[in-house]
Design a binder for this molecule. Structure first.
Ligand code: HEC
Ligand code: HEC
Length: 319
């Protein structure tokens, strides 16, 4: 009996040692790197495309990269990333050649936005947005904007603070978070005369589904409709002060979703943060003033076609 106990004790001790070394290995090693593919990009730098890129970047990049100190996309400390992921800083993406992305090729930027792999091969964890399903022309428009003479992207030499990802983040980057594949087939822009198609495209590519489904962790970024609790709300999101806000249910359920809302109610809420008889919507639900009424209405039209889910989400209001 004593002998068995002794053997068992040794077995447990060796197991603990293995776990300790595995932890140490992950801690000391960095986030994994991957092969960078050369992507050939033909930018259309016409004013209309730059303008479209600006609209998309304002909605999709500025919330994380806009720096109040410089008034440009020079990056900042991301206070809304849960601290267990580490101390995270978005980076300078102005045209500065040393501290910004002035020395990146158009293809390197597109490859990062599609896959999450940076120009040096390192993977960028989910706290940096990815656009695996966006139309090719829309991604290119964002890059054309980043290359334009718009004041928020002109070269600014503000130095970057590198992110300090936690052990948990490094571990997850080895076992769970993986880069997306570069799309093989061309992705066209949606047919704007088909409101449901336009609405679905915007609801997926402006990341509405990502916040408004049940949890970031169970979202399916390649097939958004397959996300657990698709648009049913409940996702706990941190605000700028690290307080939890819960994303509302946007399915057409009449009691707990937006089944009784009119299109006008929806446009008011999404574009201006206004809710009839209630306190205005606040961070992280930013007003989408850049969207046209047609585009916002199209998102509403699309949301009316998805399955209603009964999921009561209490509204969290802070002053
Ligand atoms: C949710 C926040 C968030 C959003 C939205 C976001 N980014 Fe980022 N971005 C980051 C963070 C954080 C990093 C640093 C990542 C790291 O440390 O690995 C980063 C890094 C980058 C880099 C790499 C810079 C470098 O020098 O390594 C580029 C380029 C970039 N972002 C472009 C964009 C563009 C373009 C958009 C809009 C389409 C965008 N980002 C949207 C948070 C964000
Ligand atoms: C960064 C996460 C995030 C993104 C992205 C986001 N939302 Fe929200 N949204 C929220 C949160 C959190 C609230 C609740 C805000 C509050 O109560 O002040 C909200 C509130 C709303 C509401 C009000 C619903 C209600 O019942 O009060 C609507 C409508 C809405 N969002 C639509 C959208 C649409 C459409 C998009 C995409 C264009 C979008 N949201 C993108 C997080 C997000």
């Amino acid at each position: 009996m004593k002998k068995i106990l002794k053997v068992l004790a040794w077995a447990i001790a060796s197991l603990l040692l293995v776990i300790l070394f595995a932890g140490l290995y992950i801690y000391l090693s960095d986030i994994p790197s991957y092969q960078v593919e050369v992507v050939d990009v033909q930018l259309d730098r016409s004013p209309a495309e730059v303008e479209r890129g600006k609209k998309l970047a304002t909605m999709l990049c500025a919330s994380c990269h806009m720096d109040k100190e410089t008034g440009k996309l020079t990056g900042k400390r991301m206070l809304d990333v849960p601290t267990e992921f580490g101390e995270i800083y978005s980076q300078n993406i102005t045209q500065d050649k040393t501290n910004g992305i002035g020395s990146w090729t158009d293809g390197e930027i597109v490859f990062l936005l599609r896959t999450g792999i940076k120009k040096d091969g390192q993977y960028s964890p989910p706290y940096m947005a990815k656009l695996p399903k966006m139309a090719d022309a829309d991604i290119n428009a964002i890059v054309a904007f980043l290359r334009s003479d718009d004041p928020i992207v002109v070269a600014n030499s503000k130095a970057n603070t590198p992110s300090k990802p936690s052990l948990l983040t490094k571990f997850l980057c080895r076992v769970a978070f993986k880069p997306f594949e570069m799309p093989i087939d061309p992705i066209p822009r949606p047919d704007t005369s088909n409101l449901i198609e336009l609405g679905r495209y915007l609801a997926h590519n402006l990341d509405c589904f990502s916040c408004h489904s049940v949890d970031f962790k169970s979202n399916d970024y390649l097939e958004p409709t397959q996300s657990v609790g698709y648009f049913a709300g409940g996702n706990k999101i941190l605000d700028e002060k690290g307080r939890i806000k819960i994303a509302p249910n946007l399915t057409p359920d009449k009691e707990t979703g937006i089944g009784t809302w009119t299109q006008v109610d929806f446009i008011q809420a999404v574009k201006y943060g206004i809710k009839k008889g209630e306190q205005a919507l606040t961070y992280p639900m930013m007003p989408y003033t850049q969207l046209t009424d047609k585009e916002t209405g199209a998102i509403f039209t699309y949301l009316q076609t998805i399955s209603p889910v009964h999921n009561l989400v209490e509204r969290s209001i802070y002053n």
